[in-house]
Write a protein that binds this ligand. Structure first.
Ligand SMILES: Nc1nc2c(c(=O)[nH]1)N[C@H]1C(S)=C(S)[C@@H](COP(=O)(O)O)O[C@H]1N2
Ligand SMILES: [Mo]
Length: 434
């Protein structure tokens, strides 16, 4: 028996090529798909060595630590951290900035709560839930005040959805590609299992005046961040979220309650939600006029762009996760759309000339991150890896070239162009415009 060591390539026999430069058929990720044909495929597992006290690691010979009330990741996972890029010192107002999710170090589709990206305009308030209230007023039959206890008496829904900052991937509009891991460019993106009360129930209870067509949603932070939302979205899938991944929402995500508008730009998902006013039209708050409006090449700005458009990125390999010699690799990443479900993801290893369809991992949920995978037999030559997502409205993720041709480069928001990772012969991976 031979022993497979870390970093050794898999000898893959019988894997079927699906596009140029070694992309393999997605069949290997589908249920029942035969991957390793022949007895030699895995090269055998590590041989069994007879145990002796001298060869046993210390954790086999002494009892482990006692039970604790709340668990943390292994100390060896210390480097798996949010990327804190914008610091308060870079901004004129305290607490303004963001941190990014280390997407390249994660698996599955759920972002651990402690790694959910943070974007705040005035820091993270430390809210006492017994003193927090949500007021619903304006064009309603009866203004209402809800505290946490009151909200607990309504039917709960739970759904998996992503939140993406409108400014995510904003580096895509730049002249040069940003350097760094995938989080540097795309890390203002996370996905959680949210639970809470459908907003429509609360609006119903307050009684919607037929004149009301919009709401104003305001946060309880010092920034009093507020956005206008069309009533139609509020009556569709909007939620007052109270839980994130099974536990109460983290302070960074809006404890004790946030507005969740599935698929719509992160900014509108008002955290620390404290007020909803029903109105005839949009309020034009500072947060929707001075920011989050897309500047077009003719110098005019779009008034509103609500949904986050179809997008994907390969997270492994990516810059900083370099290749270690030719052989078999798994290409994986995320695809998502604020307009629905991901229908298909294609992967290219030759800069977009030929494409192979990737396998989508279950579950594929509307307005949630979707994990895709594809096998790659890298021959060690320079390649350009790309992924291209299609959603169930038929929208196709654009190339950077076509996106820039359409929207120019003055825009700071809603970049959804294809990401290109250049894989050099040395194994170094670089973000490039291709
Ligand atoms: N009250 C309030 N809500 C807010 C913000 C804020 O600063 N204050 N930031 C917004 C922005 S710009 C984004 S992208 C998302 C980020 O949500 P997260 O910090 O939970 O990732 O929250 C939005 N909701
Ligand atoms: Mo944002």
């Amino acid at each position: 028996m031979t022993r497979r060591m870390k970093g050794e390539p898999h000898p893959l026999e019988g894997a079927e090529p699906a596009a140029a430069n070694g992309l393999l058929h997605r069949r290997m990720f589908l249920r029942g798909g035969a991957l390793f044909t022949g007895a030699t495929a895995l090269g055998g597992l590590a041989s069994i060595v007879p145990a002796s006290a001298a060869t046993l690691p210390e954790w086999r010979t002494t009892p482990g630590r006692p039970f604790i009330g709340y668990g943390y990741p292994s100390a060896f996972e210390e480097p798996v951290k949010r990327l804190v890029t914008a610091r308060a010192a870079d901004y004129p107002t305290p607490g303004t900035g963001s941190s990014r999710t280390p997407l390249h170090l994660l698996e599955g589709i759920i972002t651990p709560s402690g790694l959910h990206f943070e974007r705040s305009h005035s820091g993270v308030p430390d809210i006492d839930p017994t003193r927090h209230q949500l007021v619903i007023h304006g064009l309603v039959r009866q203004p209402l005040i809800f505290d946490l206890d009151a909200l607990a008496r309504y039917p709960t829904v739970s759904r998996i959805h992503f939140i993406e900052c409108a400014g995510n991937s904003g580096g895509g509009w730049g002249l040069n590609p940003p350097a760094g891991a995938v989080a540097t460019m795309h890390g203002l993106l996370s996905c959680s299992d949210w639970a809470g009360v459908p907003l429509s129930y609360l609006l119903d209870e307050a009684g919607i005046d037929p004149k009301a067509k919009w709401i104003l949603a305001e946060g309880g932070d010092a920034a009093g961040m507020s956005r206008s939302v069309p009533l139609s979205k509020c009556l569709d899938d909007a939620m007052v979220a109270l839980y994130q991944n099974g536990e109460r929402i983290r302070p960074e995500q809006g404890y004790p309650m946030r507005l969740l508008l599935p698929g719509w730009e992160g900014n509108m998902n008002v955290k620390w939600l404290s007020r909803i006013k029903l109105t005839e039209g949009p309020t034009h708050t500072k947060d929707e006029t001075s920011k989050y409006s897309e500047l077009m090449p003719d110098g005019k700005a779009m008034q509103f762009t609500f949904p986050m458009e179809v997008k994907s990125t390969i997270t492994r390999p990516c810059e900083t996760l370099n290749m270690r010699g030719p052989g078999y690799y798994e290409i994986t990443g995320f695809a998502w759309s604020g307009n629905g479900k991901i229908k298909r993801v294609d992967v290219s290893a030759d800069g977009g000339k030929t494409w192979a369809e990737a396998a989508l991992a279950d579950p594929v949920v509307t307005k949630a991150l979707t994990r895709f995978r594809l096998g790659w037999q890298w021959d060690g030559r320079e390649s350009i890896l790309q992924s291209r997502a299609v959603d169930d409205t038929g929208a196709v993720q654009p190339t950077r070239e076509s996106l820039v041709a359409e929207k120019g480069v003055k825009n700071a928001y809603h970049y959804n162009g294809i990401t290109s990772w250049e894989v050099r012969e040395s194994g170094l991976v670089k973000n490039v415009w291709a």
